[in-house]
Design a protein around this ligand. Structure first.
Ligand code: GRG
Length: 320
């Protein structure tokens, strides 16, 4: 924990300290740039060290802290979720998916290294993430059973019923909305549920599932009680929704310099987003509502949930 006194530490300093821990650990855990085959290691490091916010690993650490464990107890797994996140961004930016030329303020991986190496760098980060989960078994106090459970949490969060499933729904919805399919409104995946329900489901899976998994992994590795895991899971579900609504809003009104990517991409790609479906004003209200839900979910944790409470409020106000 970064504080030694009883005075609360500003959330920005906590994020900066945890971010530094993650940054240094990632550098230790990833193969050096010149390790053969150097091309793929350069591509992996290029995308991992491009200035991401490190939100997901910070959530792993913060969830472990709720259960009384120090960051070192979960650091390899915290890095594992960041590698998964980076792989998903590399693949999402590919011409066959979102076709984005800029990410985290610099040319995307495939623009610099070519499409084949970008696919392989993503694949290697994915594989490396599981090696890091396994490596968490070396942390003091961590049992093999907790590590096994963390593997299940991650696979559930990122597979076809989690992040990948959300990406599939997102692609289908964008494809169906584009003029390439005129007169085919029935192809849209929100038949029956309505567009707001559809966008919630896409975001729940595409963004929320990895955020929830991060919290669950931190809690499980730290040996949290099941009630605490459930509270953190509910927090993660609402936090994930709020985070993605804010992401959607920033794509419309954010500053590209701060975001590290162009704005307006969602509309150009016919993405199904909250502002596109319910407008900016209602999107803001929904983000606030989801943040309130996240904070309410922490109630069973009492004072142990204070830092995550602050984090949720901070993320609502973010501009990047
Ligand atoms: C390709 C399997 C596969 C999945 C892609 C992550 C994803 C799913 C798509 C990326 C596009 C997108 C808007 C995803 C929603 C999640 C999200 C808000 C990503 C950006 O996360 P930040 O803001 O990024 O935490 P940094 O760069 O700070 O790490």
């Amino acid at each position: 924990m970064p504080e030694t006194s009883r005075r609360p530490v500003a959330i920005e300093s906590v994020l900066a300290e945890y971010g530094r821990l993650v940054e240094n650990a990632l550098d230790r855990y990833l193969p050096p740039e010149d390790a053969p085959p150097a091309d793929v290691h350069r591509a992996m490091r290029y995308s991992v060290f491009a200035g991401g916010k490190r939100l997901r690993p910070i959530l792993v650490i913060a969830a472990a802290e709720v259960a009384g464990a120090p960051p070192e107890a979960v650091l390899p797994s915290a890095c594992a979720v960041e590698l998964i996140h980076t792989y998903s961004l590399i693949h999402d930016d590919l011409p066959s998916m979102d076709d984005s030329a800029v990410r985290r303020g610099r040319p995307t991986c495939h623009v610099v290294f070519g499409e084949a190496l970008a696919v392989l760098a993503g694949d290697a980060l994915h594989a490396h993430a599981f090696e890091l989960l396994a490596r968490n078994a070396d942390a003091r106090g961590c049992t093999p059973a907790r590590v096994l459970r963390s593997v299940r949490e991650l696979t559930a969060g990122i597979g076809s019923e989690g992040m990948v499933g959300g990406q599939v729904l997102d692609l289908l919805a964008a494809g169906a909305a584009s003029p390439a399919h005129p007169g085919e409104p029935d192809a849209r995946p929100w038949n029956g549920g309505g567009p707001e329900a559809a966008v919630r489901e896409i975001h729940r899976l595409k963004t929320g599932a990895l955020i929830r998994a991060s919290l669950r992994i931190g809690a499980v590795l730290a040996g949290a009680a099941e009630d605490d895991v459930r509270a953190l899971d509910r927090y993660g579900e609402s936090l994930g929704l709020a985070f993605q609504i804010v992401d959607d809003i920033l794509d419309v009104v954010g500053e590209s310099g701060k975001l590290g990517k162009g704005t307006g991409g969602d509309a150009r790609h016919f993405k199904v987003t909250f502002p596109g479906i319910v407008g900016l004003e209602r999107s803001r209200r929904l983000a606030e509502e989801a943040t309130r839900d996240a904070v309410r979910a922490l109630a069973p944790l009492g004072a142990r949930g204070a830092r995550l409470d602050e984090l949720a409020r901070y993320l609502l106000e973010r501009d990047r």
